[in-house]
Design a protein around this ligand. Sequence first.
Ligand SMILES: [Zn+2]
Length: 93
Amino acid sequence: MENPQNTFPCDCGAGQVVLKTALRSKTNVGRLYYSCPNSKGKDFGCGFFRWVDESQEINMLEAQLMIARRHEDSAAIQQVSDQLDGLLVEDEG
Ligand SMILES: [Zn+2]
């Protein structure tokens, strides 16, 4: 079983991912997720995001966001960010 306290280096090299709690979402209040150490508010840093217990919906959006960022597609980044923002809110920042 995965230990949520075990973080790991983010793909972007900014350091260890950070563990956060989703405070506002349709179905995932209180769930833990890993995020890029550079993430603040609506900015997901390099775009890395993963539920500790995995959520297909969020992980699919996260994958889309990483691709959009890689292509520097600002319209797609905004669209996917808005969808992610509707599913969760950070507990700090
Ligand atoms: Zn990162």
